[in-house]
Design a protein around this ligand. Structure first.
Ligand SMILES: Nc1nc2c(ncn2[C@@H]2O[C@H](COP(=O)(O)OP(=O)(O)O)[C@@H](O)[C@H]2O)c(=O)[nH]1
Ligand SMILES: [Mg+2]
Length: 471
């Protein structure tokens, strides 16, 4: 393996459809012999096979036939699609075998392709090749992974915008502007002997231009704070003593019977997680065991896990029982609630109030408590709205604006901005233009790293290695 990734330019093969069974499964080959290897595994229908050489498959057209082993045994039937370079995903000759989605069949096809001269692909190797051949840049490769891993339709749309080059376009605009400033500066250094060297300076002066570019970089980097929610989603944990209706509420919010609801206290041992789509943000809802005194070892472990879930949560939904008076441990829970990241819910509002109206008024005022009935569904839409307001606060609501969802991009932008800030303060200190030029180049390099045109060494390790095989 060289520093950029796998070394050879041979033909690679992998199952590109998801693991497991399905109606259709796809084995993909890429490389100089992709079509030749695939054709040897394929007998087009409607011929005895003798005319295969005379009737080559047309690039981009699916051809129906049977897949056969080197020994001549039929494996399955399906389609062969060959694609001619350079207009393929990898930029190389590509062949796809569409068979039935049987893991055994697909594995057999891969083995036959390997016997025919292909090599099993490493994780992310198709994407790496696409990158190395300039078909996609690093941000687009990363976005493909995000697209595949999207849990909500909004996430998928945002990722697709990035696959289509939205982040690269935003970065390239800034980079072009910085490259021009750097080129002007370098020209003015080169011709510094000439009386008119200053004519290379941008209008308004170099420092003002560098500052404006830095601010643009910082603005783009700042969108990450909002964009990360779209990509990472949020974790919301239900907390409260046993039997107040946490699991019932969990099911209500998910509109399905997932958590086990029982009238016996302390049945939810493991935190149970499910994902909820709240205005496009994937919200992982966690139902915890009650934070009660553990009666046995398993109960103690459940409480520990519940505590951990609470620490990791972005938002807590604290649940109390409307139908009875507060207990001491519940008062203690109320004292620990951080209003910025918690919602207080008074459940069982279908029953007569046992909390006492004074207490209810106080909880409404102090904690903006919400009365709901998990059993009958009252107040659930309000709760959903309040939760969405909290979880989605600040997250972009539309895909119209470009925003970052990838921390690698944010970090490189911050490093580029830091380099420009150094240039600005060097200029203020009267440093020579050569120093400024170095800082501007440094800024350009960091921007170039975002799309992957700079720093190709080790890019396989940093970006592609974590992809799955077949991608
Ligand atoms: N009347 C009424 N009973 C409820 C409500 N929510 C839950 N319960 C009942 O309270 C008991 C405990 O509920 P569960 O969801 O298991 O509570 P958890 O221990 O906090 O998870 C069950 O018998 C539920 O049917 C509600 O809104 N109204
Ligand atoms: Mg429960």
């Amino acid at each position: 393996m060289n520093e950029a990734g796998p070394p050879d330019h041979g033909t690679i093969v992998a199952i590109s459809s998801p693991p497991g069974k399905g109606g259709i499964g796809v084995v993909r080959l890429s490389g100089p012999r992709a079509a030749a290897i695939a054709r040897r595994l394929f007998r087009p229908a409607g011929g005895d096979g003798a005319d295969r050489q005379e009737a080559p498959d047309e690039p981009g057209r699916a051809r129906f036939g049977t897949f056969v082993s080197a020994a001549g045994e039929t494996i399955d039937h399906g389609y062969l699609v060959t694609l001619a370079p350079p207009r393929t995903f990898t930029g190389e000759e590509t062949a796809e075998l569409w068979a039935h989605g049987s893991p055994a069949v697909l594995r057999l096809l891969v083995e036959e392709a390997v016997a025919g001269g292909a090599r099993p692909a490493t994780p992310g190797e198709f994407s790496l090749r696409a990158f190395l051949r300039g078909r996609i840049d690093a941000t687009q490769a990363e976005a493909i992974r995000d697209l595949i891993e999207a849990r909500t339709a909004f996430q998928a749309k945002v990722a697709h915008d990035q696959v289509m080059g939205r982040i690269s376009a935003a970065v390239d605009r800034i980079k072009d502007r910085l490259a021009e400033a750097a080129a002007r500066l370098e020209a003015s250094i080169e011709f510094s002997e000439e009386p008119e060297a200053g004519r290379f300076q941008p209008e308004g002066g170099l420092v003002a231009e560098v500052r404006a570019i830095r601010q643009e970089i910082e603005r783009l980097a700042g969108t990450y704070e909002r964009g990360r929610r779209v990509r990472d989603g949020a974790k919301v944990a239900l907390v409260g003593p046993p039997n107040v209706g946490k699991s019932s509420l969990f099911n209500r919010l998910l509109e399905e019977e997932r958590a086990i609801v029982t009238p016996v206290a302390g049945t939810t041992r493991d935190p149970i997680e499910e994902t909820l789509d709240l205005r496009g943000i994937p919200v992982t809802l966690v139902d915890t065991a009650g934070l009660h005194e553990a009666a046995d070892e398993a109960g103690a472990e459940a409480v520990r896990r519940a505590r951990r879930a609470l620490e990791e949560a972005d938002v807590l939904i604290a649940v109390l029982d409307w139908s009875r008076a507060l207990r001491e441990d519940e008062r203690a829970l109320l004292r620990t609630l951080d209003p910025a990241r918690s919602l207080l819910v008074l459940n069982k509002a279908d029953l007569p109030c046992g909390l006492g109206m004074d207490r209810v008024l106080y909880l409404r005022r102090r904690h903006a408590a919400l009365e709901v009935s998990a059993l009958q569904g009252e107040g659930i839409e309000d709760l959903r709205g309040r939760l969405a307001g909290m979880v989605c606060a600040g997250a972009p609501a539309s895909r119209e604006e470009a925003f970052l969802t990838n921390v690698r991009h944010r970090d490189l932008l911050q490093r580029a901005a830091a380099a420009l800030a150094r240039a600005e303060s060097a200029a203020a200190d009267g440093a020579g233009e050569e120093y400024l030029a170095l800082d501007l180049r440094e800024g350009l390099d960091r921007l170039g790293e975002i799309t992957g045109e700079v720093g190709v060494e080790g890019i396989y390790e940093r970006i592609f290695k974590n992809f799955c095989i077949g991608k």
